[in-house]
Design a protein around this ligand. Structure first.
Ligand code: SAH
Length: 399
């Protein structure tokens, strides 16, 4: 890997697109290896991309491993791509969040392409920061970027979560590293009247599913006064928010007992322990049984992990979504709501709506779509990169 900061200040190499139409011509930041003419460039370099006729397309960062060979960081001829550009964008991303959410103590500070920083994610949990790096160039720039974060936010600890399969594909080591300070095993953060203990070291993702922040509040609005079934609950996000907004009781289902243990801790410290029950079971099995005559709820929430990470497995994923949505719909009391999410980016919004519509037909339930939602705005996406808009969240009224 090419690890020389000075050389990134100049265009290390010019890469040429093969003749034909490419998404990059429209301004999409991803260029796949097969779209480029043959070339030899060290991984981690800054490159300048031109089209088949030699016209400037943009400048970006190069990977010698990934199928996504180039991630453009600018389409402006006059803008050099350097570590200083990345540092400026990092400063902007942080300053913008401070205006957007001045009162939150946990949120995403940097969201990769959505913030013009491909392969860099930074989440804040109170005074601790969790960083994920998934491109070779960001790995080279990381020490400088951490300096910027320290200067701007003075965190007590910075942890890099590195056990990500995409890092393997990039040839980056798959290990966690403490970059600063001494991370606490449990960080306490507050969201919509709920206190969470977040395990930034061992928890799923960076410890908490920050992308669903706004959706938890949106769902809770329809849950007041009723019983909520929170399936794929993780540490209790949707159910606990519903309790904070007036729901009467919650049943949380997840196959991961560690997450449920944390969920019970969160219920306790938020004052809802007597109204919060957990079930450690495979949600597919549990839903199948419960939907055969089990009690119904005013609100059912489904927030499963991605059912597919590849375009090839979409059919199977759609079957999975149809199955759980069918079961969940049967568990909604007439007049109640279903809150159903998908974070598989290979299943788009239209496909997801179609699957849920089919499930409603098969369940013999009439539904009205109340809200079609995405990730919270601290997870911005790139307009020409649908892959950066993976999260769909539908709120439906069920008759
Ligand atoms: N709704 C949560 C986030 C859910 S993440 C929030 O707002 O914070 C998805 C969850 O699904 C994870 O906690 C994972 O443990 C759980 N999970 C994955 N496969 C499962 C299965 N087959 N059955 C039940 N839970 C599962």
């Amino acid at each position: 890997m090419h690890a020389n900061n000075e050389r990134s200040a100049v265009d290390a190499a010019e890469l040429r697109l093969a003749p034909g139409r490419h998404r990059a011509n429209q301004g999409c930041p991803w260029i796949f290896r097969g779209e480029l003419l043959r070339h030899e460039v060290p991984g981690g370099s800054v490159v300048r991309v031109v089209d088949a006729t030699g016209r400037f397309v943009g400048r970006g960062i190069y990977s010698d491993r990934s199928q996504i060979a180039v991630r453009l960081m600018t389409t402006e001829r006059a803008t050099p791509v350097t570590v200083e550009l990345a540092q400026r964008r990092l400063e902007e991303a942080v300053a913008w969040r401070a205006r957007l959410y001045p009162d939150r103590d946990s949120l995403r500070l940097v969201n990769s392409e959505g913030d013009g920083l491909p392969g860099l994610v930074v989440d804040r949990y109170d005074t601790q920061l969790v960083v994920e790096v998934t491109t070779q160039t960001m790995a080279v720039w990381l020490p400088a970027l951490v300096n910027t974060l320290v200067a701007r936010l003075a965190p007590t600890a910075v942890l890099e979560r590195g056990r990500l399969s995409v890092r393997g594909h990039e040839g980056l080591p798959q290990e966690d590293r403490v970059l600063l300070g001494d991370p606490l095993p449990l960080v306490y953060v507050h969201e919509h009247g709920v206190t969470y203990g977040v395990d930034v070291v061992g928890g799923q993702k960076t410890g908490h599913f920050l992308d669903q922040y706004e959706n938890r509040a949106a769902a809770a609005r329809f849950a007041a006064g009723g019983r909520v079934l929170d399936v794929f609950s993780h540490t209790g996000g949707f159910g606990l928010t519903a309790l904070a907004r007036g729901a009467t009781a919650v049943v949380a289902v997840d196959s991961d007992e560690r997450s449920l243990e944390q969920a019970r801790g969160n219920a306790q410290r938020s004052g809802f322990a007597d109204r919060f029950e957990t079930v450690a079971q495979n949600a597919f099995d549990w839903l199948r049984q419960a939907s055969e005559g089990g009690p119904q709820y005013e609100q059912v929430v489904l927030d499963p992990p991605a059912f597919t990470r590849s375009a090839k497995a979409v059919a199977g994923a759609l079957r999975g979504y149809r199955e759980i949505n069918l079961r969940a719909l049967k568990l909604v009391k007439p007049g109640g709501t279903l809150v159903t999410s998908s974070c598989s980016y290979h299943v788009d919004r239209a496909q997801f709506l179609e699957v849920v519509g089919e499930a409603a037909r098969d369940a013999h339930r009439r539904v009205r779509v109340l809200e079609v939602r995405g990730a919270s705005p601290d997870h911005p996406s790139h307009p020409l990169l649908p892959e950066s808009r993976y999260l769909k969240c539908l709120i439906l009224e069920v008759q």
